[in-house]
Design a protein. Structure first.
Length: 492
């Protein structure tokens, strides 16, 4: 079969269970595509062909023996921020260029237990700081829709691999949009779960109170399958919530779009820098949801202007603390011939971290320093609470909130945005992390350059099933999620 990469997760699951093809055939098919096509996309940092084939054979044996789960034998790519035992985990940084974790992240372990086959580890902005994947030490990943454009970030490799059909789905992480924005830039569906829903154990920390793992895939249905595996309580993560996990696949038709109240924040559609095509496509998708029976309700989110400054204090503050562990002593990069301990710290950190990471460590350290702590960090925490309250108030009158995922489509590689320009691009995603809410991106069309546009739906706490269900029904009625980048049409 030459078109195995065109099958949805459900089709893969059924095909494997019905012995239409084996996991080995499927895995070899994807590995061949990676070998042929990924030189152009550069989504993978590490391809784990040998391990993948061993896992595929074990999956085939499990299927024959009748021990299969819905995903046994299905391949996946993991963002290179999830620790993988025995396989390099780089977080896109020179600091961890040769780092091999002694254990698996919970997300990876759960994937293994479910029988998933790991194709490899995919590229990302260094320590997940960025919106383009260009800050990776391993070079820029390309957007499969236009190879001279970025796939977004920080989970750019996760999105590009799926958009180029180099993995059926992937894991990503989202601290301020890093699942939703690359999904938007690459025409994919991506879910950022409620904070605490997916274990952060073994997920290299950027900003711990905001970080959350989630799926990137072609459709809400595909995301639902992966979310069923990723979600759940983990005693190894103290912020993991002990709450039953919904069966997201079984719930795909569980929420009726008929009667759904969709909040449209007034402030969101007049944001400076909102691209006209993005606005038009998002409005068309909302019109479609209205035709399907939902009601659009204008709402106020008065704190919108505070999103970017609040996030860009809290996230760097937490990062400066989290990244202090990379000191050249215990693991990671160490400079050559240090003179003394200070020289060792200084040079290891200035040689091991890239520019964006250093910039954020400096900002964060400043915001946390004794003289400025109250003026910056404490104040940002107070504003964060107000942002959360703004959302909770809105959810008293609406079921979900609609927004673009990003004000623009994918940037050109090397566009060299100033930090402020780049940070403003996060306006629609970061408040969701500050509030700890779940949100999803769904592809809803293209701009004049044929670059994908994404609609974001934000839900109340623990509403992952509802978000997946609404997008699933939208995707049953439209075909944006079935569109493929030209490079994905190439056969290996
Ligand atoms: N673009 C945002 C940042 O640079 C979000 C990154 C993320 O979600 N990891 O921080």
């Amino acid at each position: 079969m030459t078109d195995l990469h065109r099958l949805s997760i459900r089709e893969l699951s059924e095909g494997l269970a019905g012995a239409k093809f084996s996991s080995r055939e499927l895995t070899e098919h994807y590995l061949k595509r990676i070998e042929k096509i990924d030189a152009q996309v550069q989504s993978y940092v590490t391809v784990t062909a040998e391990q993948a084939l061993t896992q595929a054979d074990a999956a085939d044996a499990a299927i024959k023996a009748g021990h299969a789960t819905a995903l046994t034998g299905v391949p996946i790519a993991h963002k290179d921020i999830f620790c993988t035992q025995g396989i390099k985990t780089t977080a896109g940084s020179k600091m961890l260029d040769n780092f091999i974790s002694p254990y698996d992240a919970t997300v990876v372990a759960k994937g293994k237990a479910a029988g998933l086959v790991t194709l490899g580890k995919v590229n990302m902005d260094e320590f997940a700081m960025g919106s383009t994947s260009e800050s990776s030490y391993f070079g820029a990943t390309k957007n499969p829709w236009a190879l001279d454009h970025v796939p977004g970030g920080s989970s750019g490799g996760s999105a590009a691999a799926v958009a180029a059909d180099l993995a059926p789905f992937s894991t990503g992480t989202d601290t301020g949009g890093s699942i939703r924005q690359p999904a938007s830039f690459c025409g994919l569906t991506g879910l950022k779960p409620t904070y605490g829903r997916v274990s952060r154990f073994g997920m290299i920390a950027y900003a711990s109170s905001l970080d959350q793992g989630g799926p990137i895939a072609r459709s809400a249905e595909d995301c639902a399958y992966l979310m069923n595996v990723m979600a759940g309580h983990d005693a190894k993560d103290s912020t993991s919530v002990n709450k039953d996990v919904d069966d997201h696949v079984a719930n795909l038709n569980g929420t009726s779009v008929k009667g759904l109240r969709i909040g449209i924040p007034k402030q969101y559609f007049n944001v400076h820098g909102l691209d006209a095509d993005v606005k038009a496509r998002v409005e068309e998708s909302l019109k479609k949801l209205e035709e399907m029976g939902s009601t659009l309700v204008e709402i106020d989110l008065n704190m919108t202007e505070a999103y970017v400054p609040t996030y860009y204090l809290i996230a760097p503050a937490e990062a400066s603390s989290n990244l202090s562990r990379f000191d050249g002593v215990r693991y990671g990069y160490r400079c050559e011939d240090p003179k003394d301990i200070m020289d060792l710290y200084k040079r290891s950190r200035s040689e091991g971290f890239g520019k964006e990471v250093q910039q954020r460590i400096l900002i964060g350290t400043y915001a946390l320093s004794a003289g400025y702590y109250d003026a910056y960090y404490v104040k940002a925490q107070k504003v964060r609470r107000l942002i959360q309250q703004d959302f909770l108030k809105a959810f008293e009158s609406v079921d979900v909130i609609a927004a673009p995922s990003a004000p623009t489509t994918a940037y050109r590689i090397g566009a060299n945005l100033s930090p402020v320009e780049m940070y403003l691009g996060d306006i629609y995603t970061i408040a969701v992390n500050l509030a700890g809410l779940p949100a999803i991106n769904a592809p809803v069309g293209f701009d004049k350059d044929n670059l994908p546009v994404g609609l974001q739906l934000i839900g109340n706490y623990w509403s992952e099933s509802q978000l997946l269900s609404v997008v699933h029904q939208y995707q049953q009625a439209t075909d944006w999620h079935t569109k493929r980048a030209a490079i994905a049409e190439e056969n290996a």
